[in-house]
Design a protein around this ligand. Structure first.
Ligand code: SF4
Length: 379
């Protein structure tokens, strides 16, 4: 049963220095045609299925809020027709850039049933925002949140980043404090990762990017965990914190390793045990949808071993960890039988704890998450 759908809007009015997502400059792109093809893709994917039982929908990007109110309205009309109504829907989320959400756009979203906004704040320090190539400023965040509240949005999340060039621990703390003073129910806090083909990558190659040392970055992560707890936000995933009941149900779909549709240029999906990825370039995506109703670039049938590996490294991201009984129910094999040796090794290293019911990362394991995840790859 497919529970979730991700819909990708690959347009941005400005390209940030660290970003390696599939995105293009908004200007001179066939945006209207892209929206029609998205709707077309959804139609083809769901036409064969008797009933849609979607629990979550997430429109991400790029920047969905880069669309005009009219374009958003058309997209949401298409989503409503092709994916809704579903009695099961609990979360309909849209990613938003501060300063891009006019009151008109907010009303369009609200009227279509959107019930969660995920706002890309990154920092409340204007100087840092400038440095990382963001165009919004902290006042835009305040304005956006106030406007969204006025329109009736109660479930809002903000993204913050740490380990930014020139960022100090005090600075990160200050951003957290401002975040806590706002009426948001969820935080995502990520460290900056320098990816190839970004402005930051090029600067780093030339020795012109000065990043905080790793110890400082780890300190910021620890501060995030501590402060979130102090303010009533429970860490439910390595980088995500929520007032209980306001977790991102859509993102939990990924970490719970269950099926989801991926619509749009460059989007990834996981449908009936097959991982798919769509063609990235917008024009090629449009041509492919016109020609055959899908834009698969690759389709990979996930083997049983791969499924179990994924269950581990996705499940361990969650604070709840990987539940032994759930693992058995899913794969008909004991978790300890499949991964016993590896678990033992990680427990001895102090990275994982095994309470007999579930396997979870320890505090140290959270700091060295990637090393633990690697360990559970069988091949
Ligand atoms: S970080 Fe977001 S807004 Fe910035 S370029 Fe990437 S997708 Fe666009």
């Amino acid at each position: 049963m497919i529970q979730s759908a991700y819909i990708h809007i690959p347009f941005c009015h400005h390209i940030c220095h660290y970003c390696d997502f599939n995105k293009v400059f908004f200007k001179q792109q066939p945006v209207d045609e892209y929206i029609e093809m998205l709707i077309n893709e959804m139609h083809h994917a769901t036409a064969q299925r008797k009933q849609n039982m979607l629990k979550t929908i997430f429109i991400g990007g790029g920047t969905p809020t880069a669309l005009t109110a009219k374009q958003l309205d058309r997209l949401l009309e298409g989503i409503t027709k092709e994916l809704l109504p579903t009695k099961e829907l609990i979360e309909f989320a849209v990613e938003a850039n501060p300063g891009e959400l006019t009151s008109e756009k907010l009303h369009v979203l609200k009227n279509a049933g959107v019930n969660r906004l995920s706002i890309g704040v990154q920092s409340f320090n204007d100087e840092l925002l400038n440095k990382i190539g963001r165009v919004h400023r902290r006042d835009d965040v305040f304005r956006t949140i106030k406007q969204a509240e006025e329109v009736g949005f109660e479930n809002m999340s903000i993204d913050l980043m740490y380990g930014l060039p020139g960022q100090t621990v005090e600075d990160f703390k200050a951003s957290l404090e401002i975040g806590f003073s706002l009426n948001v129910k969820h935080f995502s806090a990520y460290s900056l990762i320098i990816e190839p083909k970004t402005v930051f990558y090029n600067l780093m190659q030339k020795g012109r990017l000065s990043l905080p040392p790793q110890e400082l970055e780890a300190q910021m992560y620890e501060i995030a965990m501590e402060e979130m707890e102090n303010h009533g936000f429970a860490q439910y995933e390595i980088s995500n914190y929520a007032i209980p009941g306001f977790e991102s149900f859509h993102n939990l779909t990924y970490w719970n390793n269950v099926d989801y549709y991926g619509f749009g240029a460059g989007a990834h999906g996981y449908v009936d045990g097959v991982r798919t990825s769509n063609i990235g370039p917008v024009k090629k995506y449009i041509d492919s949808i016109k020609e055959k109703g899908n834009a698969y670039n690759s389709e990979h049938v996930v083997s049983l071993n791969e499924k179990m590996e994924e269950e581990m490294f996705l499940g361990l991201r969650k604070t709840a960890g990987v539940n032994k009984e759930a693992f058995y129910n899913k794969f008909s094999i004991e978790l300890d039988r499949q991964f016993g040796e590896k678990i033992k090794k990680q427990v001895e290293l102090g990275l994982v704890k095994d309470d007999g019911v579930s396997i979870k990362l320890t505090h140290k394991g959270k700091l060295l998450g990637n090393e633990v995840f690697q360990e559970f790859l069988l091949t």
